[in-house]
Design a protein around this ligand. Sequence first.
Ligand code: A2P
Length: 268
Amino acid sequence: APVMTKSAELIVPEGVYAETVLSVTHYTDRLFRFRMTRPAGFRFRSGEFAMIGLVVDGKPIYRAYSIASPSWDEELEFFSIKVPDGPLTQHLQRIRPGDKVLMRKKPTGTLVLDALTPGKRLYMFSTGTGIAPFASLIRDPETYEKFEEVILTHTCRQVAELKYGFDLMDEIRNHEFLAEIVGDKLKHYATVTREDYPFQGRITDLIESGKLFTDLGVPPLDPAVDRGMICGSADMLKDTKALLEKAGLTEGANSKPAEFVIERAFVG
Ligand code: A2P
């Protein structure tokens, strides 16, 4: 059955935008990125997520997607897994430029700068597509106004899955105004767990052993200066959170900023 109806046939539900796909980049058989138009009047904070959907067999299906583009960008970017029998992603992975994607109007989320108390060093811990909200935040100048140093960790099973992160770093380095704002404040620490690679291991093991800090040349976690954001699978969130708490950091929220935040809405 055809997945994408032509826009003329697409019935757009109340409170939902129908945006046009501008580009699609496939990284592996499990990962892809797409960019689409941004509705006039759609505002969000870098790091937030939105409900993204498609009409499948006449019915809209939505999933929570972190917006990977920064809040100043005139387009919207998303980084997605492809699940062969995933209710949404089995269809979403086949979108092409010109197709329409639905987006509910209200973004939300806890991985925002406002949910953290002031600090010096911001850690962004991600696994898999959990890098998406950080793709937004590392391209937002406000991140570098608030922090002297930003460390993005990204752990995947395989080397090919790290490519999106390396592309982001290249984009920033070559960007006309971001390059100067970011300077050498941003460090990208990428590791894999199921393939040969110079940097190996789960982020939790690298925190526990201290290898993360020696590799980066920074002191161990310190609640006085370090702040954290975590995005990954449910198990990764739980285990990373436990290590930050062991180091003395407390979890914050939009209503009560503190030393680290977690995105629970994120799946896979
Ligand atoms: P591993 O290969 O050792 O399971 P997934 O695709 O399952 O979400 O995994 C993405 C990455 O996150 C993998 O490198 C995986 O390592 C790692 N990972 C999975 N569970 C945890 C956890 N509880 N804590 C830290 N890293 C994890």
